[in-house]
Structures are given as structure tokens and as C-alpha cells.
Design a protein around this ligand. Structure first.
Ligand code: FB9
Length: 497
């Protein structure tokens, strides 16, 4: 059976032949949307009813208009607030009641009030009319009753101008009898239950047709942030290329591993507070492989392994300072040192994708942190050609085949190259990464064999993600102002498409 509201609607249609949903809403004292929903349900029962969409316009009170129906127009309230004898100072009246300013203006226009400008203490408002008729309230009461037709166009225009009434457009439906109309209809069954089968009641039931176009219910689930989707794609690319992921779960790092182990001089500007976040507590790291540290100290200060070094004093106090790592190359240094401790060197391919922190000037594409992607290959007698070759192989998996390399400088790689790709959309070459061959002053103090060469490269995770998802401002991608709906809605990530 149709539910009780459905039956009430059917009985109305039976009685009137046809009736619109807004009239039904008033007659049955229900919300219009509820009536429309029930009409849709009746339509699903078959040809019980027919409907025709229609657009109705009607006038309704605004909240301000509704309030005036209750308590009167502002001008009437101001008039009532003016004592019949002696009036009231204008300044006092303005403070006495809400909306006094507009009420006073309308009251003056209506000839209800007058101002004594020479009164002692300032302008004094007096009653000019001995009594008033609050026509605005009377007009609003007519609108409230649905009788706006009784207002003149001028009256309605004035109320609309004062934003006391507004015209509302509502999509309604004219409900009419269908070819199988009945005031009592069996609701279509949606489930064939074991009880129906056992009792045989299924024989006299009507079942709703399968809707094969219905979409499945979106399962409640979590959503991966676009950065994590792109990170998974890059991780897959590295794994396909035979790389192993480095352990990057330490955002705090000593200056030793982040800078000194990479032969980055202690006077390098990147090690200043303007570029690096120093940790207040614990301020210093204390555990280092001391024999290795001594070799690092020596290669920085007086050189070695054919290098003249930086020829400046090297201080352990500087190396012990804890920082937020500025690059994942600090992890690469730790892994290469560990590799060098093996009895026999074995070639490796490592990668990392994780957060790094730099005390940089913030702008639309730069935050004080970003995710660095880094790859490295350690093997005998590698050359720059191997680096160029692996960069081509890596970026080809991203769908990028036109690369150019520009000589660059990094404190810990020599030679170094910036990597550029031709952006078809922008019609220009854009920087897509940095690369180089780790210096002997970095590798040999670790204890790696002299003929072992390590090539490496890096890029950011945010830049490709912003390009992939068409995000212009990095704050829309990362940080407290991210719109979670963007996380829910953004599509899967395919970097090679
Ligand atoms: O990611 C960068 N650009 C980029 C990458 C990809 C991309 O689109 C995808 C393929 C589809 C588009 C752009 N860059 C490096 C270049 C610039 O964006 C640059 O302005 C910003 N750089 C960051 C650092 O800036 C503070 C990007 C980040 C970066 C730079 C260098 C390294 C890592 C990340 C490195 C390294 C390195 C070098 C030698 C040995 C080991 C590591």
C-alpha cells in the first residue's frame, strides 16, 4: 500500500481530478519537498498518476517583513517611542530602539513626526500626527495571508524595495490521474523475502522492476591525498627500475649527516638560520662514528684523497647542531656510509620520497617544506653518461622524453646538472630536477672503494602534483587550508598519461 501521505494525495487527486504540489503542501500542511518526494514514489508504482512540471512564482515575506507583521513597522515603533508630550531628543531616540534611523526617516516622510531643531540639548523629535495607521504592517499581513493581489503595484514595489517581501520561484508539479489510477495502490515490493516464498504471498505482490542503470552506493572510505597518490606512482616507477626505498623516518637530523658528510662547508650560506631550521631541544646530536667523523673533519679542513679541502677550520660543535633536514640527501649519506661498512662492496640503487624543510621565502609555489624525490645508483666506474641515461629512463616513465641538461653547482656533486623538459603547454623548457655525481670528498671518507661512483638526482613531489591536478597555489594542495572535498574528489593519478 502507498503510505498515508501517498493515500491522502491520491484521495485529493480523486476529488479534484488534478492538483498542484504547492496546493497539496498547504492543504495537507506538509513541506513542499515532502509532497514532491511522495509524488515521485507514487509515480514509481506504475501509471497510477501523471505529473506535469510547472514553474510558480509567488511572493513571501522576508524575515524582516515577518518581524514587522508581529511587532509593527520601524516607523510605527519610532512613533510609539516618541512621548506625546514634549517629545524626545533625537540622539536618545536613536539609541532607544533598533532600526530607529530608518523608522525616523519613514516616520518623517509619512508626516507622523517633526523635529524641533532649536530645542535645548539638541534636536528634539515631536509627534506631528495625533494618531497613525501602520499601513506597512497591514500590507505585510495581507502578503502573509497570500493576498498580495490586494496591494497596489506601488505598495508591492515599496515593500520589495525595503526588502520586506521577495518573489520566489518554485518548481511545482501538477498531479493528475494516470491510466491505472486508484486511491489504494499496492506499493511495489523491492525484495523477494524467504517469508514470501515460504507463505506463497509473493504470488499476489507486484515487484519493482530492476533498475540496471542505478549507480552503486559509494562505499564510505578514506581518501588518499593527491600528494600521496603521486608519491605512490613515483614509488612504483622506482621499484620497477629495481630501486630500494631508503628509511626516511627522521625529520630531525644532525648537521653532520645533512651537511658535513656531504662535504658541504660549515660556512656555506645554506647552513645559516635564514635557510635552515635549527632545533632548540635537543640542540645537539652526540652519537657519531668517530673514526669517520675524524676523516670528514680532515677532508674539510686540510683536504685529502687528492682534494685540497675547504682549507678552513672545521668545528664539531657546528656538526653536532640538530636541524630539520633540508634534503633527503642526508639519508643518502647515511645509507652510503652503511654500504661502505660492508666487507665487500655491492652495487645498489636507492630512492627516497619524503618531507624536507627549508627556511625559505614563502610564495604561491613554495612552502617552508616540500617532499623531495631522490634516486641514486652506486656502482663501479659509473660516468655522467650513465646519469644522463638513467634520467632519460626515469622521466620517460613519466611520459617525458625531451630532456636537456644544464651545467649547475651543488656543494656535494661534481659535475652537477639541472634537468629541463620541454613543456608543450607553456611552449618552453622548464626545470624538472637537479642531478650530479657525488664528490670523492664525500664518498672516500666513508670508506667506499676508489672506483665506486655514485650518481644521483632529485626533484620535488609538489611540482608534478600541482601540474597533474591543475593546482596553482601550493596552499590548496598542502597545509591547513586544504579543501578536503578536493581530496575526496580528485581522480586517481596516472603519471604516464
Ligand atoms: O621538481 C622540480 N621541478 C619539477 C619536477 C617535475 C615536474 O613535472 C613532472 C614530471 C611531470 C615539474 C617540475 N624542481 C626541483 C625544479 C624546480 O621546480 C625548482 O624551482 C624547485 N626545486 C626544489 C628545491 O627548491 C627549493 C625542485 C626541488 C628540488 C631541487 C633539487 C633537488 C630536489 C628537489 C635535488 C637534488 C639532488 C641533486 C644531486 C644529487 C642528489 C639530489
Amino acid at each position: 500500500m502507498a503510505d498515508s501521505l501517498g493515500e491522502s494525495i491520491l484521495q485529493r487527486v480523486e476529488k479534484d481530478g488534478k492538483i498542484s504540489t504547492d496546493v497539496l503542501a498547504k492543504l495537507l500542511e506538509r513541506d513542499h519537498q515532502q509532497i514532491v518526494g511522495t509524488v515521485k514514489s507514487l509515480q514509481a508504482l506504475g501509471n497510477v498518476i501523471e505529473t506535469k512540471q510547472q514553474t510558480n512564482k509567488y511572493w513571501e515575506l522576508t524575515p524582516e517583513g515577518t518581524q514587522m507583521v508581529e511587532s509593527g513597522s520601524y516607523e510605527a515603533l519610532v512613533y510609539e517611542a516618541v512621548p506625546p508630550e514634549g517629545g524626545i531628543l533625537q540622539a536618545e531616540l536613536m539609541k532607544k530602539i533598533p532600526n530607529a534611523k530608518i523608522g525616523f526617516s519613514k516616520g518623517m516622510s509619512a508626516g507622523w513626526l517633526e523635529v524641533n531643531k532649536t530645542a535645548e540639548g539638541g534636536p528634539r523629535i515631536m509627534r506631528k500626527a495625533s494618531s497613525i495607521v501602520d499601513k506597512v504592517q497591514e500590507q505585510l499581513k495581507k502578503v502573509h495571508k497570500g493576498d498580495i493581489e490586494s496591494l497596489t503595484d506601488k505598495e508591492r514595489s515599496e515593500l520589495k524595495k525595503r526588502k520586506l517581501v521577495q518573489e520566489v520561484t518554485v518548481n511545482t508539479f501538477l498531479v493528475m490521474k494516470g491510466s491505472e489510477f486508484s486511491t489504494s495502490v499496492n506499493k511495489l515490493e523491492t525484495d523477494l523475502t524467504p517469508e514470501m516464498l515460504a507463505s506463497g504471498t509473493w504470488k499476489d505482490r507486484k515487484f519493482k522492476d530492476y533498475n540496471f542503470d542505478a549507480l552503486g552506493v559509494m562505499p564510505a572510505s578514506g581518501h588518499l591525498h593527491p600528494l600521496l597518490k603521486v608519491r605512490a606512482q613515483f614509488r612504483q616507477i622506482f621499484l620497477e627500475m629495481g630501486f630500494s626505498e631508503m628509511p626516511t623516518n627522521n625529520y630531525i637530523e644532525s648537521s653532520f649527516w645533512n651537511f658535513d658528510a656531504l662535504f658541504q662547508p660549515q660556512q656555506h650560506p645554506a647552513r645559516d638560520i635564514q635557510d635552515t631550521f635549527f632545533i632548540k631541544d635537543p640542540e645537539f646530536a652526540h652519537e657519531f662514528p668517530m673514526d669517520y667523523l675524524e676523516r670528514v673533519k680532515k677532508v674539510h679542513s686540510v683536504g685529502g684523497y687528492g682534494s685540497q679541502g675547504h682549507k678552513v677550520e672545521w668545528r664539531i660543535e657546528e656538526a653536532k647542531k640538530n636541524i630539520l633536514r633540508t634534503h633527503t640527501t642526508a639519508v643518502s649519506a647515511r645509507m652510503l656510509y652503511k654500504l661502505a661498512q660492508q666487507e665487500k662492496f655491492t652495487p645498489v640503487k636507492y630512492f627516497s620520497i619524503d618531507r624536507v624543510f627549508r627556511n625559505e621565502t614563502l610564495d604561491a609555489t613554495h612552502l617552508a617544506e616540500f617532499h623531495q624525490i631522490e634516486g641514486l645508483v652506486a656502482d663501479y666506474n659509473l660516468t655522467l653518461a650513465d646519469l644522463i641515461g638513467i634520467l632519460h629512463a626515469f622521466f620517460k616513465k613519466l611520459g617525458i622524453e625531451k630532456l636537456r641538461f644544464k651545467p649547475a653547482y651543488n656543494p656535494y656533486t661534481e659535475p652537477s646538472m639541472e634537468v629541463f623538459s620541454y613543456h608543450e603547454g607553456l611552449k618552453k623548457w622548464v626545470e624538472i630536477g637537479n642531478s650530479g655525481v657525488f664528490r670523492p670528498e664525500m664518498l672516500l671518507p666513508m670508506g667506499l672503494p676508489e672506483d665506486v661512483v655514485v650518481i644521483a638526482w632529485g626533484l620535488s613531489l609538489e611540482r608534478p602534483t600541482m601540474i597533474k591536478y591543475g593546482i596553482d597555489n601550493i596552499r590548496e594542495l598542502f597545509g591547513p587550508r586544504v579543501n578536503l572535498q578536493m581530496v575526496y574528489d580528485n581522480p586517481i593519478c596516472r603519471l604516464d598519461k
